[in-house]
Design a protein around this ligand. Structure first.
Ligand SMILES: Nc1ncnc2c1ncn2[C@@H]1O[C@H](COP(=O)(O)OP(=O)(O)OP(=O)(O)O)[C@@H](O)[C@H]1O
Ligand SMILES: [Mg+2]
Length: 257
């Protein structure tokens, strides 16, 4: 049975998609079977894996709103152990369409049930909002991986984020847990970055990964080549950091350390 993980922070541009694509790719490279599901209408995880969402026949939109079986929307990729369910631009309208549906919070959870046996991990990239798509995602997952950018105001919105998770836990998904907090765009030369790491560790106590993701231009370039950084430039600092994060993630999951 797979573990289903949301990569979520309602704040925009904090590194959700970069983490979703690069952490999943590294976990796949380690040998775990991974499904990457793009729930953001922007479709950046889809294009980050080299898929043109406009050319895909069945996307997560058809799965959630037209009753298409998720198996029909699963795309194989050239990357080791990675399958993808693509996003679609129409998904932005889904926020409204979902509100009139029966059991509207459980649509994604029910949709992924049939493929949970086939993967070790299912990673879901969320949009930067707290709408119905995000609620569906939080209802469907076992845990939430929270990327936080090492910048001024890093913790802004975090209390709202924690409130949302608490609310979902009490009403829709009693088993939801925090998987971990990833500090992204770290700059070791900047005092601010170092201060943010301290602050975030104080707030989240033991839940923060030791691995820090540095600001690295290769991570920003790789999506335009339709590849995770690992397949674009395996030796760049960004790809190395996400591989280290994947190892830390797996070790914690398997309770080795
Ligand atoms: N570690 C990094 N080093 C350099 N650039 C980065 C890094 N992480 C992310 N970026 C860049 O910062 C921008 C925002 O990152 P990303 O798209 O991952 O954030 P996001 O939280 O998914 O954004 P959104 O809320 O819009 O979905 C992107 O242009 C990305 O390439
Ligand atoms: Mg994103």
């Amino acid at each position: 049975m797979s573990k289903v993980i949301a990569v979520f922070n309602q704040k925009g541009g904090v590194g959700k998609t970069t983490t979703n694509v690069n952490l999943s790719a590294s976990i796949g490279k380690i040998g775990k079977k991974v499904l990457v599901l793009d729930l953001d209408p922007q479709g950046n995880s889809t294009s980050g894996y080299g898929i043109n969402k406009n050319e895909v026949e069945s996307t997560i939109y058809e799965v959630m709103l037209d009753g298409v079986e998720i198996k029909e929307a699963i795309l194989k990729t050239e990357f080791e152990n990675i399958d993808v369910v693509a996003s679609a631009t129409e998904l932005s309208g889904a926020e409204i369409e979902l509100t009139s549906m029966e059991n509207r919070e459980f649509i994604l959870k029910n949709a992924i049930e049939s493929v949970r046996q086939e993967y070790d991990y299912i990673f879901i990239d969320c949009p930067p909002s707290l709408g119905m798509l995000t609620i569906n995602c939080l209802t469907a997952v076992d845990s939430v991986l929270i990327p936080i950018q090492c910048e001024y105001y890093a913790l802004e919105g975090v209390s709202q984020l924690m409130e949302t998770i608490k609310l979902v836990k009490s009403r829709l998904n009693p088993n939801i847990d925090i998987q971990g907090v990833v500090l992204s765009m770290f700059d070791g030369r900047a005092n601010l970055s170092i201060q943010v790491v301290e602050e975030v560790k104080k707030y989240f106590k033991g839940s923060v990964y030791t691995t820090l993701i540095p600001r690295n231009v290769r991570l920003a370039e790789a999506p335009s080549h339709g590849k995770p950084a690992l397949y674009y430039d395996a030796r760049c600092k960004g790809a190395e950091a996400y591989m280290e994060l994947a190892e830390e993630f797996i070790d914690l999951e398997e309770d080795i350390i």
